[in-house]
Design a protein around this ligand. Structure first.
Ligand SMILES: Nc1ncnc2c1ncn2[C@@H]1O[C@H](COP(=O)(O)OP(=O)(O)OP(=O)(O)O)[C@@H](O)[C@H]1O
Length: 366
């Protein structure tokens, strides 16, 4: 048995009729780091609270290490929870706060102390052990909270937006620490965030939620490469995906029908192309795009710079569009460039249901 956490069709409706969680099922194997990601209000925290035993599901089963935990009190569950602003006891020292992670274990004082020191070393808190928690910075506080949760040595570590109160640099640093510690300890972890880049950075398994339901549950690479729904395509991705609503009988002229296999029976589809896969080149440059499935001219209206890559935006085929500017394309606002994308970059979705249409575009070779 190496399923550490198993949720089977759990649902929760709050008084007032809000269906916060709707038939959520997911499994984490031993040592896996799962990330629940989705917009505010989609049910992430409620899911975590049900696992921790702080809310009772209306339906469904939760298993930790294969054991159903329904009816178990939070303190009896083999789960440790770390919150967004983890409440440390401000007037107690770091060491005393960490000790709460160990409280139930009845260890002798020396073992106690050595475990606290070990985790403090791992989290670079050694020099702060005697400091009062109220004198710590936000990043140090979150480290103590993480240490306290890890000291519990629970089968499953639950983390609710553990880094969202920190600035970007600290967040990246602590992301690395969470990854390193979870790996080192083989700690099965379920972390909640609304930040898709944090989710991609951390997750072995990414679970995209929307309105109480799971949109997609997969490895991050596959969610980026093959989003199962329009929502997942829009929510995950460094830059917003470009979308066109297209009638297969009369597609906009930017689509090259000879290069596209239309999904069976679909009259109207939504086609998505990520900006990274929509490349700009100069009007007069040697083409090399004869086999492109999407091609058109655009006037650059704006630039976007992510630090790693430069993007431009304008309008194409009746929709706003963002595209990547390869190095060496030294363009200015108002310049005209040619955009092209291969058939393999096109994602097709049903405009009614938002589901990915099974047919992935494949290049048609003569
Ligand atoms: N105690 C409660 N009583 C009534 N409704 C609630 C309660 N807690 C949460 N909700 C509602 O349930 C839905 C899901 O909330 P939840 O906190 O699980 O979402 P979330 O994805 O964690 O959001 P956030 O990222 O903003 O924390 C929301 O519509 C919320 O308003």
């Amino acid at each position: 048995m190496n399923n550490m956490l198993e949720l089977t069709a759990i649902s929760k409706q709050y008084p007032g009729g809000v269906q916060a969680v709707d038939q959520v099922s997911l499994t984490l194997k031993a040592g896996e780091l799962g990330v629940l990601v989705g917009p505010s209000g989609c049910g992430k925290t409620t899911t975590l609270r049900m696992i921790a035993g702080l809310e009772k599901p209306d339906q469904g089963t939760i298993r930790i290490r294969g054991q159903a935990v329904d009816g178990q009190r939070p303190q009896d569950r083999d789960a440790a929870m770390m919150f967004q602003s983890s409440a440390l006891f401000p007037w107690l020292s770091v060491a005393e706060n960490l000790a709460f992670g160990l409280a139930k274990k009845n260890l002798d004082r020396r073992t106690h102390r050595s475990q606290i020191e070990a985790i403090a070393r791992q989290l670079q808190l050694e020099d702060l052990l005697e400091r009062k928690a109220r004198t710590l910075s936000g990043g140090q506080r979150q480290r103590v909270a993480l240490g306290r949760a890890l000291l519990k040595e629970a089968a499953v570590l639950l983390m609710d937006e553990p880094l969202s109160s920190l600035d970007r640099q600290l967040r990246l640093q602590l992301q690395d620490e969470i990854l390193r510690l979870c790996r080192q300890r083989g700690q099965t972890t379920l972390l909640v965030t609304h930040d898709q880049s944090e989710a991609l950075n951390l997750a072995d398994r990414l679970v995209v939620m929307n309105q109480g339901r799971i949109e997609q549950n997969d490895i991050p690479q596959r969610i980026v490469a093959q989003p199962a729904t329009l929502f997942a395509a829009q929510f995950i991705g460094e830059r917003p995906i470009n979308l066109w609503t297209v009638r297969s009988a009369a597609p906009q002229s930017i689509f090259q029908p000879s290069q596209i296999v239309w999904p069976d029976g679909a009259d109207t589809v939504v086609i998505g192309v990520r900006p990274q896969q929509l490349r700009a080149r100069r009007l007069n440059s040697a083409s090399g795009s004869e086999e492109a499935a999407l091609m058109g001219e655009v006037v650059i209206e704006r630039f976007h710079w992510t630090g790693a890559q430069r993007f431009g935006s304008g309008r194409l085929g009746g929709s706003p569009v963002e595209f990547s500017l390869p190095e060496g394309v030294n363009s200015q606002i108002g310049d005209r460039v040619v955009l092209s994308a291969d058939a393999s970059a096109l994602h097709f979705f049903d405009p009614e249901t938002g589901r990915r249409l099974s047919c992935t575009a494949i290049p048609v070779s003569e």
